[in-house]
Design a protein around this ligand. Structure first.
Ligand SMILES: [Zn+2]
Length: 330
């Protein structure tokens, strides 16, 4: 059930929205910002549910007709709009689903709420059309714009909206959720948490994505063969992983060396991500000096830059592997 309690983290934001729903003091337009997977839609839905709730007490009550309709996705006065299959929201959609519709009074609830997900995909014309409504919305109207890239929203829209940012979640909250709700074992949960960087949606997406574990194993295999294999062969193997996997492989490399550095500094294995490779991590930590680790992290950053700049991947990996190998020789 959607309730403020069911949303993880975002304590301040939840309090603010719950209070606004309770005392009826709220704006006509909100802009929810946050990365993809950060929970914007859930928060917006919950706020819409609370606004439409007819209970006298805490909202959303979860029991009134409107709350039940929200759960079923059949609340007639909460309208969802999102990008089409070309990943755009065109001007016609805004005219038809917002501007022409908003003049019709709410069917049952106190408000008419429009939730525009992926607001950054609105074309400039669409945004300008929406602006007309934002300038003079009917009293009962509420518009929620959800976006992961606020820089693509026109300043004239921004200035008419109350901006609410979703914050990254603490690692413990994500780990706890993965372990208790999704039954991810402890040692695996740490990997997903490291990749999620405070974004629960990303953690879940990786968990569901086929091949993520495989990329991890490929990354480990590459790291382990660093000492023995022929270098040319290594570049080929690394670049053969394909461009879409490279970011993840590099992230695994970074976590691997960060683990080794942590072990070198603290001499304890608690908190390390590659728990199942602990013997190897210890070995790496002995082989590389502090200065060597610095060089490796610099090389990892550089490799990432090169790959993003579409440099030949073999070249990018060559730079990295040579740096790593040089560090070990010292
Ligand atoms: Zn209710």
């Amino acid at each position: 059930m959607i309730s403020f309690d069911s949303i993880l983290g975002q304590e301040q934001l939840k309090q603010q929205l719950a209070a606004a729903a309770k005392d009826g003091r709220h704006s006509h337009a909100y802009l929810f910002t946050g990365e993809k997977g950060s929970g914007k839609k859930l928060v917006a839905k919950c706020f819409a549910k609370a606004l439409q709730c007819t209970s006298e007490g805490d909202k959303p009550c979860g029991k009134c007709k409107s709350c039940l309709q929200m759960e079923e996705g059949s609340q007639p006065d909460v309208i969802f709009i999102g990008p089409d299959d070309k990943d755009k929201i065109g001007v016609d959609v805004i005219r038809e689903k917002v501007n022409d519709d908003i003049i019709i009074r709410p069917y049952a609830g106190p408000y008419k709420i429009y939730i525009i997900d992926g607001a950054e995909t609105m074309t400039v014309q669409a945004q300008n059309a929406l602006l007309k409504t934002l300038e003079e919305p009917p009293k009962y109207a509420c518009l929620f714009l959800l976006t992961s890239s606020v820089e693509e929203i026109l300043p004239t829209i921004l200035s008419r909206s109350v901006r609410l940012s979703l914050k990254p979640l603490p690692d413990e909250i994500i780990k706890n959720y993965l372990m208790s709700k999704l039954r991810v074992p402890d040692y695996k949960a740490d990997t997903y948490v490291a990749f999620a960087r405070g974004n629960l949606g990303r953690a879940i997406e990786l968990l569901e994505r086929e091949g993520f574990e495989e990329v991890k194993q490929q990354a480990i295999a590459l790291l382990k063969s660093m000492d023995s294999a022929d270098m040319g062969e290594l570049y080929l193997k690394a670049s053969a992983l394909g461009k879409d996997k490279n970011d993840e492989v590099l992230k695994f490399f970074t976590i691997w060396y960060r683990d080794a550095l942590c072990y070198k500094a603290m001499n304890q294995t608690e908190g390390l991500i590659f728990q199942e490779e602990i013997q190897y991590i210890k070995k790496v930590s002995r082989e590389i000096s502090y200065e060597g680790f610095e060089q490796i992290f610099r090389a990892l950053d550089k490799t990432q830059e090169l790959i993003r700049a579409n440099v030949n991947m073999e070249t990018a990996f060559e730079l990295l592997f040579v740096a790593i190998r040089d560090c070990k020789k010292e």
